[in-house]
Design a protein around this ligand. Sequence first.
Ligand SMILES: NC(=O)c1ccc[n+]([C@@H]2O[C@H](COP(=O)([O-])OP(=O)(O)OC[C@H]3O[C@@H](n4cnc5c(N)ncnc54)[C@H](OP(=O)(O)O)[C@@H]3O)[C@@H](O)[C@H]2O)c1
Length: 265
Amino acid sequence: MKIENLFSIENKVAVVTGGSRGIGEMITSGFLANGVKVYISARKAPALIDKANELSEKYGIDCIPVPCDLSSMEGINEFVEIIEKKEEGIDFLINNAGAAWGEPLESFSEKGWDKVMDLNVKSIFFLTQKFKTLLTKNATEEDPSRVINIGSIDGLNVPAMETYPYGASKAAVHHLTRVLAAKLVKENILVNAIAPGPYPSNMLGAAVNHDYSEIAKRNPRNRVGTPEDMAGLAIFLCSRAGAYTVGETITSDGGIVKTSTHNLS
Ligand SMILES: NC(=O)c1ccc[n+]([C@@H]2O[C@H](COP(=O)([O-])OP(=O)(O)OC[C@H]3O[C@@H](n4cnc5c(N)ncnc54)[C@H](OP(=O)(O)O)[C@@H]3O)[C@@H](O)[C@H]2O)c1
């Protein structure tokens, strides 16, 4: 019951999609700092390679960049094939890469709808399907493999912005998590989701002009999320401590969803 046994993730192998920045980088850094070898993916190869080199040097452990576009089946297949050539098995798959798109309801485009749904929902399903063989190789009843899908509080509450497919895609991620968890728990692969609230990143930054002060003020915890908040939760889910948690969607939002109140009077 020592903390190092409860939370150790040392010597594991992880795949983190969208690991070049934002929430994916936060999880990747937490893994690397605790002895996990991490493969990261993103579309922009130079930024991805620079980030992998920076993190490998900082933490003294392999962070391997695999540039690819996960919004198409070709990109997904290529990504999985590259990892299959390098690893006999993997322990953690973090389905983090995601996109948002905002337009008024009246003119919302099919292009925006498809972009969000293809990356946020379809890629999570097919990545999990295609990584199943590698995840199974390392999965035992005592020490299961893990899949973490990154959802959003926008899939739990109604977002204020006109990002119609985004909230719907994240609600789908949360439910897909339960559906996949029900199937894969029998094969010692535990699937859970994290529903982040506001975390500084390109995606959120674009919506608030990279000024998080107003969002922080409105948050019950009076701040936005930090790398420690995100990495800590991911490490919990991947460690011995999280091995009885299955099919959950856990918010990491400072209390936005679970402390919101109604005033009916
Ligand atoms: N930040 C928040 O407040 C917040 C809140 C709730 C949920 N989330 C969720 O958290 C996840 C990460 O978002 P973030 O905020 O960290 O956003 P971000 O800073 O924009 O990072 C997105 C990552 O995904 C990669 N990516 C985007 N499109 C891709 C594609 N087609 N194929 C492969 N990789 C792709 C990006 O790299 P390239 O651009 O080079 O491809 C980048 O590494 C998303 O699922 C998002 O919905 C974020």
